[in-house]
Design a protein around this ligand. Sequence first.
Ligand SMILES: [Zn+2]
Length: 240
Amino acid sequence: MAKEDLITLFQVQSLHSLTKKLGVSIDEERKRLSLIQNQKNFAQETVNQNKSLLTELNKKLLLEENRLSVIDTNIEQNTMHIKTVSSQKQLDSIEKESQSLEIEKEKLEDSLLQKMDKIEKLEKEIKEKLIFIAGIEKSFRTIEKEVNQTISTYQIEIIKANDQAEEQLLTVNKSISDLYSNLYNDKKDLVVSYLDGNKCTLCKFQISGQIVKTIEAGIITELCPNCGLIVAPSNAKFIR
Ligand SMILES: [Zn+2]
C-alpha cells in the first residue's frame, strides 16, 4: 500500500472514531433528559396514588360522620324517651342501648381523628410533590433547550466528519478504499492496525514471518488473520 494511502486511511479512521464518540455523547445527552423525565414521572405517580388514597379516606370519613350524627340523634331521643318510660325494664333497656351507642360514638370519634390526621398528612405530601414537579418541569425545559442545541451541534460535526472521510477515501486507490469501506461497514470500529515487530498492534496476534515481510515491503494489503483488520507496516506508528 502506498504511504499516502496509508496516511489517508488513518485520517479516515480517526474521523470515523470521532463520529462514534459524538454518537455516544448524543446518547448521553438524551439519557440526561430521560433521567429527569423519570424523576418527574415517579413524583407524579406518587401524587396520583396519594390522591386516590385521599378520595378513599374522604369517602370513609363522610360515612363515619353520617353514622356519628345518627348516633347523636339516637342518644338524644333516648334521653327524651327515658323521661316517659313506665317500667324499670324499659328504662334498663334504653340505658343499655344508650351505653352501647356511647361506646360506638367514642370509637367513631377516634377513627375520625385518625383519618383527619392522615388526610392532613396526605394533602401536605401532595402539595410538596406538586411543588417539586413544577420545579423539575421548569429546569427540564431549560436543560432540554441546552441538550437539543448540543445534540444538533454534534450532529452537524458528525455529518462534516463523515463527508470529510468520504472525500478522503476518494483519493485512495479504489481497491483499498473499498476494502476499508467494507471493513468499516462490517466492524463499525477500528479498521487499520499496524505491525509491532511481528505482532498485530491491536490484538497482539503473532503474524507469520513471510506475511510480515510482504507487509513491511508494502507489496500487498494484508488483513490480520486474527482480528481481520488491515495490517499496515510498522512505520505506520510514526505516520498515524
Ligand atoms: Zn489483529
